[in-house]
Ligand binder design. Structure first.
Ligand code: GAL
Length: 645
């Protein structure tokens, strides 16, 4: 199905997530007017409201939602309507407990929170289509409904993969379709190893609860299968919404640095991507222990903007939304620090700077009930403006042009490489995302705008293409990448092209079909434990070091010591560069040289200071709790931003 994309609205807007079902009507009915006064255009509703929409099987209560839609429409607000499938109600689960997912520990995950369903469940699929049709029939053509969000955060709370029930059966059929014969599957996975060969499809289980680690190729295919189930689940909803809600856009609110399903495939049927940004919680969840205090009150600028750049790239260079922008503290991190004064405004400006067309805050009023009652909103429980709300009220960003981000650098990213990389990290601090962030952080610290793109996408027009951790490589992908070598500079990181698409290694040596392009052969790799380091070109290397034997290429840096001493750590073959060492300083120095050769201006930004460009504007941001001196000598106040041009 070819989606013809609706135009991006010319001006940047604000939105908010609201839950009319959480508040008595007499109280809630005043909210749309207050939202208008605060400059909020879009209001997202109905996301988790299934038990109120359909309190008993087949018995619908639309009155309260009709009233909410009417009140928003009367206040001239635009509605983002949701399919409520993230929360199947109790009556449905008790009638069909087989909908429930099975965790990696083999236990059924029960009713009592949310996302308690297996995407492969035919029964749940039927109910998902049924409720989607009901809500789309009711509101699909309502003039106040601007667009749709499917479900909520695919995969949230580790729910992409269900390890039993419907998924177990569906996985077997999926494998049969993919491989056609057990001989082909056994060969692709290398099942002769440890006598893992199958003689019947029914012998194959999801790769969990094994005595020691399961076969990485089995894990890779289960990840592919689970990703396909999420995407199929969504596609069924999208087809119904397209039919019953013509002219409205459809999006989904993806999560921060979330890798469990293929978002590129998922977004194919959508009009644009959205994501949910909680920078303070992200610090607690994702940063190494040593960095958590440093960024606790502002979030880490690169960890935030990685998502902006990624979600802008899902559909090429397309404006995206932040569907949920946290404005205060969250409730779900191990510790939930209050953000610094100015952080909510800075995060909004950063989203704009990276190409968002709308930032929608989470949530309007802090919940007075249940799991999230300690989570901030724009309003406190008593409906006074909270700190974040005050900042949003003072913002002057709405109405700015939704111009393009003029990135000349593409960073290649894909989900399958992560699935296989993290199955066998081989060094306890190594991970796909950490390795990708080494390269992304270096580019951002050099003041360069970056598009994050899929390796198989059209990369023409980029002057520099950086592939930090592209582990899976077949002939076709190798040819595709090589086709850019005449016009762009390509940079490859460690473990590039280590494996074939089914997860085996290339038996003629690494980097397999990319050898001609990169002009070297992988010699050895060294998975170092924390504290163990070597040096290369004078730079400290930790976690991972790999060495190359040049075949026509020029050695840029060699290892100074350790078992790889004297061997190449960084190599250049014409327009193609390979970096084998985990070293921020080494990576930054090679990238600075490549960018310079490509005619892209760089600057050494102070820690916590970032610059991004959108249209003709340059947006400077200071994520430090102290004033920062910019390269031109001017000073930027703590936790603040400035537009130039
Ligand atoms: C998001 C989710 C919201 C809310 C929020 C709290 O992950 O989509 O429904 O739970 O977290 O921070």
């Amino acid at each position: 199905m070819v989606v013809s994309l609706p135009p991006i609205p010319p001006a940047f807007s604000l939105g908010v997530c609201d839950y009319p079902e959480h508040v008595p009507w007499e109280q809630w009915r005043h909210y749309p007017e207050r939202q208008r006064e605060l400059g909020i255009t879009y209001v997202r509703i109905a996301e988790f409201a299934w038990s109120r929409i359909e309190p008993r099987a087949g018995e619908f209560d639309w009155a309260w939602l009709d009233d909410a839609v009417q009140a928003l429409s009367d206040a001239d607000r635009q509605i983002v309507m949701c399919t409520p499938t993230a929360t199947p109600p109790a009556w449905l689960i008790r009638k069909h407990p087989e909908i429930l997912p099975v965790g990696a520990d083999g236990h059924v995950r029960n009713f009592g929170s949310r996302k308690h369903y297996d995407h492969a469940s035919p029964i749940y699929r039927e109910h998902s289509r049924r409720i989607t049709r009901a809500i789309a029939e009711r509101y699909g053509r309502h003039p106040a409904v601007a667009g749709w969000q499917t479900d909520n955060e695919w995969g949230c709370h580790s729910t992409t993969r269900s390890y039993g029930g419907a998924s177990k059966t569906a996985f077997r059929s999926w494998l049969e379709r993919r491989y056609g014969s057990l001989e082909a599957l056994n060969a692709a996975w290398g099942n002769v190893f440890w006598s893992q060969e199958y003689t019947d499809w029914a012998q194959i289980d999801p790769p969990n609860q094994t005595v020691t680690e399961p076969n990485p190729s089995h894990v890779l295919d289960f990840a592919r299968f689970a990703s396909d189930m999420v995407n199929e689940f969504q596609a069924e909803q999208v087809a119904i919404l397209r039919e019953l809600s013509p002219g409205r856009w459809i999006t989904h609110n993806y999560m921060m640095q979330f890798m469990e399903f293929d978002h590129y495939a998922n977004c194919e049927l959508l009009d644009f991507a959205s994501w949910d940004s909680y920078p303070a919680g992200q610090v607690e969840r994702m940063l190494p222990e040593s960095d958590k205090v440093r960024w606790a009150r502002t979030g880490h600028p690169d960890f935030i903007s990685w998502n902006h750049d990624l979600y802008r790239g899902l559909k090429g260079r397309r404006a995206f939304w932040v569907m949920e922008q946290g404005v205060g503290q969250v409730n779900w991190a191990p510790s939930n620090a209050l953000p610094a004064a100015g952080a909510a405004a800075l995060w909004t400006a950063q989203a704009y700077a990276h190409g968002a067309s709308c930032v929608s805050y989470f949530r309007w009023r802090a919940a007075a009930i249940a799991q999230e009652l300690m989570h901030s909103g724009l309003l406190r429980h008593d409906e006074t403006l909270d700190r974040g709300g005050e900042e949003v009220a003072g913002l002057e960003l709405a109405g700015r042009p939704n111009a393009e981000v003029p990135a000349r650098v593409a960073l290649l990213h894909d989900y399958e490489s992560q699935w296989i990389y993290d199955t066998q990290p081989h060094s306890q601090n190594a991970s796909y995302l950490r390795q990708a962030m080494l390269f992304y952080g270096a580019l951002r610290s050099l003041g360069v705008d970056v598009d994050i793109r899929h390796p198989d996408s059209d990369l023409s027009g980029y002057d520099v293409i950086v592939a930090p951790a592209l582990q899976l490589m077949g002939e076709e992908r190798a040819r595709h990448l090589a086709s850019y070598a005449a016009t762009s500079r390509l940079v490859f990181g460690p473990r590039t092209a280590y494996r074939t698409p089914t997860g085996r290694v290339h038996e003629d040596g690494q980097p397999g079909p990319l050898r001609g392009l990169v002009g070297h052969r992988l010699l050895n790799f060294d998975g170092m434990r924390p504290g163990l380091t070597v040096r290369a070109g004078g730079h400290v290397v930790e976690t991972w070091a790999e060495s190359y034997e040049p075949a026509g290429a020029e050695t840029l840096m060699t290892y100074d010591d350790g078992p790889l001493a004297g061997q190449a750590a960084a190599i250049r073959n014409g327009n193609t560069y390979s970096i084998g060492a985990w070293s921020p300083a080494l990576i930054q120095s090679v990238l600075a040289r490549v960018l310079h050769d490509a005619g892209i201006a760089t600057m050494a930004l102070p820690e916590g200071v970032r610059v991004s460009r959108r249209g003709g504007a340059e947006i400077w941001m200071n994520f430090n709790l102290d004033p920062a001196t910019l390269p031109d000598g001017s000073v930027l106040a703590p936790v603040s931003f400035e537009f130039r041009g």
